[in-house]
Design a binder for this molecule. Sequence first.
Ligand SMILES: Cc1cc2nc3c(=O)[nH]c(=O)nc-3n(C[C@H](O)[C@H](O)[C@H](O)COP(=O)(O)OP(=O)(O)OC[C@H]3O[C@@H](n4cnc5c(N)ncnc54)[C@H](O)[C@@H]3O)c2cc1C
Length: 439
Amino acid sequence: MKHVKADVVIVGTGVSGLFAALHLPKDKKILMITKDELENSDSFLAQGGICVERNEEDYDSFMEDTLKAGHYENRRESVDIMIRSSREVINELIDCGVEFHKKENGELAYTREGAHSKSRILYHQDVTGKEITSKLLACVQKLSNVELLTQTTMIDILEEKNQCYGIVARSADKTLFAVTARAVVWACGGIGGLYEHSTNFPHLTGDALAIALKHGIELEHPDYVQIHPTTLYSPKPGRRFLISESVRGEGAKLYNAKMERFANEVLPRDLMTAEIRKQMEIDHKPYVWLDMRPLGEAQIKTHFPNIYQKCLEEGFDVTKECIPVVPAQHYFMGGVKVDKYSRTTMKCLYASGETSCNGVHGANRLASNSLLESLVFAKRAAGQITKILETKETAEEENVQNALLKKADATKFLGKEELQKLYAESVRKEIERVREEAV
Ligand SMILES: Cc1cc2nc3c(=O)[nH]c(=O)nc-3n(C[C@H](O)[C@H](O)[C@H](O)COP(=O)(O)OP(=O)(O)OC[C@H]3O[C@@H](n4cnc5c(N)ncnc54)[C@H](O)[C@@H]3O)c2cc1C
């Protein structure tokens, strides 16, 4: 098997993988891999925006909104870290070239989404994720110490006595290769690909979770899956198009089949979803109606051009008519269990972003907290890894790596489809097992 030696390997090129890479030492060799193309991560899809603590007076309210949405199951310390790091991370994004919407006087403009008691969300039209991720990607691509490999899938890790020494990956031409590294970061995103109806990219199938299960790495709350209340209804199969919560935050209304309002439109996601499902049952319809007209044509076209365009392509002019919306799988609050430094229960293995569970979101994510949480905890992972890289690799570690490479050489790895099926099944089973236990 081909062998690549790196200092750090990062699996995933969404915001969390990219931000980790930007915070690692520039004289160390970093290998980043992604299962698909660079633009195909959920980070590119984020619409609504990214939260930030407005000022010190906002701290209590930001904390309470996050805890309340999370049913008070959040790890308070993680939420505190996220809130207190938020302004610094936003400033770093701006330094990296990210442009957020500004008011006429040049100050940053803030919007609001469901369950936020204040406007504290920065945005770039309705394509905030694309703006942030493309700028981070451009910054990473300028680094000569980082190599990015596309269409390359992690299929296992190299591990001995609960320490991670690297990964095994399969490239587009089906070649297997091993990467040894002093540290591995899992930034593999969510699990939407396991669901029939999801807003996520279908290749996000929770591979890191399956590998964690295989190697006895702890997971936390794998049954905490968020359903987004409003995606554009379509009878066609495939990824569901999200209608961002911020349209409701800005005044869009929900109607039942009789065109009557039936709920408070800015409820937290889980409660909103329950209200919509209840109404769909009463109406015997696979959708309810969303009316964006209260926002006015000008605001729709400037703040939500992507939603406007996509709905037009699907035959709806949101400036003139209501659109049918339905809940769909959207976000994964559970994941690979990590501590406040993004350390998993395996030495030298880190996880950040949607793959990980650091407890920020509790049982339900507050809108626009995930980009922020991904960035804050990816940076913290990089901080820990930097400390490892400051030490010298021991002869014993090199010996273990060599033994693991020999073992990987002798292993018969399954083909892509077979492995994918097996991994998907093991994650599905675990979600069900934990869900049943919780009942
Ligand atoms: C439609 C939509 C709208 C959203 N809107 C918002 C919003 O407004 N605000 C907000 O805060 N959040 C939003 N989110 C959530 C947010 O976008 C994600 O939680 C966040 O971007 C996750 O980033 P990540 O880096 O963890 O993962 P991702 O960006 O999903 O990246 C995962 C990466 O891992 C790679 N990968 C996975 N498995 C493997 C493997 N086995 N081998 C190699 N590579 C692998 C993928 O190819 C990809 O590169 C939205 C999500 C969606 C889907």
